[in-house]
Ligand binder design. Sequence first.
Ligand SMILES: Nc1ncnc2c1ncn2[C@@H]1O[C@H](COP(=O)(O)OP(=O)(O)OP(=O)(O)O)[C@@H](O)[C@H]1O
Ligand SMILES: [Mg+2]
Length: 370
Amino acid sequence: MFFKKSAFGLDISDYSIEVISLSGSLENPRLLAMGRIILEPGIIKDGEILNEEKLTSSLKNLIKNPKFGKIKTRKFIFSIPESRTFIYILEFPKDLKKKEELEFVKSQVKQTFPYSLKDLYLDFKIFTPLDNKHLTGQDKEVLLIAAPKNIVDGYLEIFKSCQLQPLVLEVESESLARSLIKDQKETVLIVDIGARTSNFSIFDEKGLRISISNKTAGNKFTQSLAERLKISLKEAEKLKRKFGLNPEIEEGKFFLVLQKDIQLGIVWGIRKIEKYFQKKTGKKIEKIILAGGSAMLPYIQEYLAKNLEKEIVIGNPWAKINTKILKKKGHSKRLDGVKSIFYATCIGSTLRGLTKNPKKAGINLIKGRK
Ligand SMILES: Nc1ncnc2c1ncn2[C@@H]1O[C@H](COP(=O)(O)OP(=O)(O)OP(=O)(O)O)[C@@H](O)[C@H]1O
Ligand SMILES: [Mg+2]
């Protein structure tokens, strides 16, 4: 009962932890609390926890003293990056009975995943033929998501020592979609360009349909600038954020380096996923939403719009949230567009916490766990 009044969500990456708490309903969520801390390098690397003690104390600290407001519940929603999971779309055989579905999914996992079943958390969602006009006959499609236990368990241990109780574990793109997509009938591609990974996920009226990742993201942009211009990584990071893809600065010096990565990693990633999706469903992407810290690269929106001839927007995670309380208390600065995008995943997972039964409101990798 208590949980219904407020919900909170956590987003943990190598670099930072964000926390958000909301109250009210999914239709009218109100901000209760928000906070963010930057983690010392070496606490988490590539999603793997290297220093449990420091992560535990950082997390405890953040929950206890968010930048704004108070966190009043211990139950929360957690999401992990796509790059740490396996996502597959399978087709059920025509004559498969309802009670055989789970067995079929398990047999497919055994064949396709590089892990045995006991080492995975997994969940799946079935699209019935009615949802999929492109499917012929009685075929049913299944979205299957799995994550290795050894990685997830590392986080679950930390939560336990912080007396936190995760209700749901979902993939980041589903959280992002919940905060960034306004019209669920549209076919939207979310491009989340982080530090290590860029993730491309397509959503339509039925939710997540396909997801791919590559390693061309913010770290790579900085590295390319440092190598090609023979400057330090620190300097490169600074110049990247300042000039980005502005073609007019120093005769296009920064533009020329960055555009190569953007072409090979981002533009190519978008074209690849769209081609695949179109072939499978006959549908086109109507809109592209940029997310992740590297969505703040100056001129990236303009560059992609020109190259892809599509509507490109930078995600606004506050679009659905009532933030009056921040304004009232003189905290409006915190909603500043520049830093907001870091909260997008976290806001999305918290929104799931406001649904009637968060555990069942979509894919939940820890559904069966006590
Ligand atoms: N103003 C800016 N302009 C360009 N890039 C920026 C800016 N601010 C932050 N970044 C980049 O954003 C990246 C961090 O983004 P984000 O926090 O989304 O990554 P992450 O979720 O920690 O990483 P990943 O998803 O790859 O594990 C860094 O590479 C950083 O250089
Ligand atoms: Mg990320």
